[in-house]
Write a protein that binds this ligand. Structure first.
Ligand SMILES: C[S@@+](CC[C@H](N)C(=O)[O-])C[C@H]1O[C@@H](n2cnc3c(N)ncnc32)[C@H](O)[C@@H]1O
Length: 277
């Protein structure tokens, strides 16, 4: 066995107590230490020595730091985003929102104006702009740290000319209409248990939304109609156990939300169409 392969196997073993994805974590950390892509590491494991930096990265993971903050990168949909403390790490579950929008617009005119409320490091807006090359969009967040990552990500991905980021409180002051509104708001109930390392490392303002996790849906539900253009679509992420409660809030605001499920079959997003006369 080559030194790199041996070190990977040993690190995966050590990380088992700290992570449910120990082998994957070890591979991502090794790829980062070697400054290569994970695919390359797996297809052509380098013959040389293990970089000195690798052990430090493993130690940080053992201490509970998320892999994406250690490597500074996270894949999402068709893009890779730079992330770090102060910006929520994109979750595969949130890809459900993009998948649902892609399915909705298949066979229809592609969305040209896109709004991402609570954009964080630009996650949903940049994935959508990559998906629809003729679209332009606006990403809003109240976190200046998140927006710094978002602007850097847009530049790195060559999407900056089509992506505009603003500091703001949800859609306050937004007076345009959009073909697609994407939103992954905070929806965790205060005091709820989160996965290992999440509460310690990721920003609380990106996670928690009051006693029931519903506070931001209450604010957003009445805003959706005025943000959507004719035949526009809004896709809002929900927690797996919020299908009824969150949908009810949008129904109270006069909408008829449809449910989208994630790859595991759990409720993950509400789809809201507004048919302006
Ligand atoms: C769950 S994170 C989503 C981040 C990213 N859109 C994603 O899908 O991974 C929620 C985001 O909403 C932002 N946020 C929370 N309250 C906000 C508000 N009142 N106005 C604007 N953004 C807000 C947070 O800063 C955070 O970036």
């Amino acid at each position: 066995m080559r030194p790199v392969e041996r070190a990977l196997a040993e690190a995966a073993q050590r990380l088992k107590g700290a992570s449910d994805t120990a082998r994957l974590d070890a591979e991502l950390l090794m790829a980062s230490a070697l400054n290569i892509e994970r695919d390359e590491l797996l297809l052509r494991p380098p013959a040389g020595e293990v970089p000195d930096a690798f052990e430090g990265l493993v130690q940080r993971r053992l201490a509970g730091e998320p892999v994406a903050y250690i490597t500074g990168r996270r894949a999402f949909w068709n893009i890779e985003l730079e992330v770090g403390p102060g910006a929520l790490i994109p979750r595969p579950d949130s890809e459900t929102l993009i998948a649902a929008a892609v399915e909705h617009f298949a066979g229809r005119e592609a969305p040209r104006r896109i709004l991402d409320l609570g954009t964080g490091p630009g996650t949903l807006l940049l994935a959508a702009l990559d998906q629809w090359p003729d679209a332009t969009g606006v990403g809003i967040d109240r976190s200046p740290e998140g927006l710094t990552y978002a602007r850097n990500n847009a530049r790195r991905l060559g999407l900056a000319p089509r992506a505009h980021f603003r500091l703001g409180n949800w859609a306050t002051g937004v007076d345009e209409r959009f073909d697609l509104v994407l939103c992954n708001p905070p929806y965790v109930a205060i005091g709820a248990e989160l996965g290992p390392g999440v509460a310690e490392h990721e920003p609380a303002e990106a996670l928690f939304a009051g006693e029931e996790g519903l506070d931001d849906y209450r604010l957003l539900a009445p805003e959706i109609s005025r943000l959507l253009a004719r035949s526009g679509l809004a896709v809002v992420e929900i927690g797996a156990d919020q299908a009824h409660t969150a949908a009810e809030l949008f129904r109270s605001a006069g909408h008829q939300p449809l449910l989208a499920r994630d790859l595991a079959g759990r409720p993950r997003a509400l789809l809201i169409e507004v048919k302006h006369k």
